[in-house]
Design a protein around this ligand. Structure first.
Ligand code: ATP
Length: 318
């Protein structure tokens, strides 16, 4: 339903000279969703996030943010916050002073601005009076998130928010984003990490060379009928190879780039869609070959991502 959309982009284009950074991008993000933006380097993720933040204007197409049409003017509607290319901070100021300065810029009284609350939310209370200049990348990311939270956003836009975060920091930030989404805030974030996306997002948009090659629920991206590469360890590798060769839809990968995937321990590397793999396992068991290990070479999500983006880049001749 349109009324619940925080972002609605139709055919958005953005050029930098001869470079088409975004080429007819459609994007819909509903309130309360955490939407991941993924794609190879140069795919257009930062450019798109910048448009959502009002840091630049699109050259074509239409963009509605929080149900407000965004025209050529470079200003995001009230209720949008976040950062691209790392948060902008004053290194000489402490974490608390950075947030107070921001609150003052927004014309808010520092006591009523909720500075202590957002420092607590991102886990920076203990270093609130330390200068940002001494902060690690992960701490700067958290302070950037705190700055965005001060604005009480209904659309939060984050470029690589997990950059530099240790596992505990990542879990903390994920918790903050989950709670925001549960309260109805839409979050759009970019990431190169498939594990982050799987942990955080229910839906993703995959960009390649400025175009959307997939947009929808994560589960649909890792479709069951897609071919994946698997490593298979059995009690009898020779018999397993013979049986795999005789199972429709299963290919044994021994040559070319796949050879590097083959460990020297009797494991086979196979390429197959899930139904063919099921048939192979059933045949192995019937013929008395024990399956000791069967695992995808890369996660189904990563494989789907690589397949989609490779295909687009080949079509574009890149
Ligand atoms: N200010 C700019 N001037 C010129 N070209 C630009 C500018 N910003 C982006 N581009 C180009 O637009 C394309 C998309 O860049 P963008 O930074 O949006 O990609 P990205 O998906 O965020 O990449 P990465 O994963 O490396 O951050 C690239 O070809 C880039 O070189």
């Amino acid at each position: 339903m349109d009324t619940l959309l925080a972002v609605r982009a139709r055919g958005v284009t953005k050029r930098f000279g001869d470079v088409i950074a975004l080429d007819g991008v459609d994007l819909e993000v509903a309130q309360g969703r955490i939407h991941g933006l993924v794609g190879p380097n140069g795919a257009g993720k930062t450019t798109l996030l910048g448009l959502l933040l009002g840091l630049a204007a699109a050259d074509g197409g239409s963009l509605e943010i929080l149900r407000t049409p965004v025209g050529r003017a470079q200003a995001a509607p009230e209720g949008v916050a976040g950062f691209v290319d790392g948060p902008g901070l004053y290194p000489a100021l402490t974490a608390r002073q950075n947030l107070a300065a921001l609150a003052a810029l927004r014309g808010r009284d520092r006591r009523g601005a909720g500075i202590d609350e957002v420092l607590d939310q991102v886990g920076l209370t203990d270093v609130a009076d330390d200068r940002a200049a001494g902060f690690s990348l992960g701490m700067r990311q958290r302070l950037g998130l705190a700055a965005a939270l001060l604005a009480r956003p209904r659309l939060l836009v984050l470029d690589e928010p997990s950059n530099g975060l240790d596992p505990a920091g990542k879990r903390h930030v994920h918790g903050v984003l989950d709670r925001l989404a549960a309260d109805g805030t839409a979050v759009v974030l970019s990431s190169h990490r498939m594990d982050d996306l799987e942990a955080l997002c229910s839906e993703v948009t995959v960009l390649a060379t400025g175009r959307v090659v997939f947009s929808g629920p994560l589960g649909e991206l890792a479709a069951a009928d897609r071919e994946l590469d698997y490593r298979l360890l059995t009690s009898d590798p020779t018999a397993a190879r013979r049986i795999a060769a005789g199972t429709g839809g299963v290919r044994t990968l021994d040559d070319g780039p796949a050879a590097r995937l083959r460990p020297d321990d009797g494991r086979l590397v196979l390429r197959a869609p899930l139904p063919a793999l099921d048939a192979l396992v059933a045949r192995l068991v019937r013929e008395g070959v024990a399956v000791r290990e069967l695992a995808p070479v890369v996660s189904p999500l990563e494989a789907a991502f690589l397949a989609l983006t490779d295909q687009q880049q080949q079509e574009d001749g890149r």
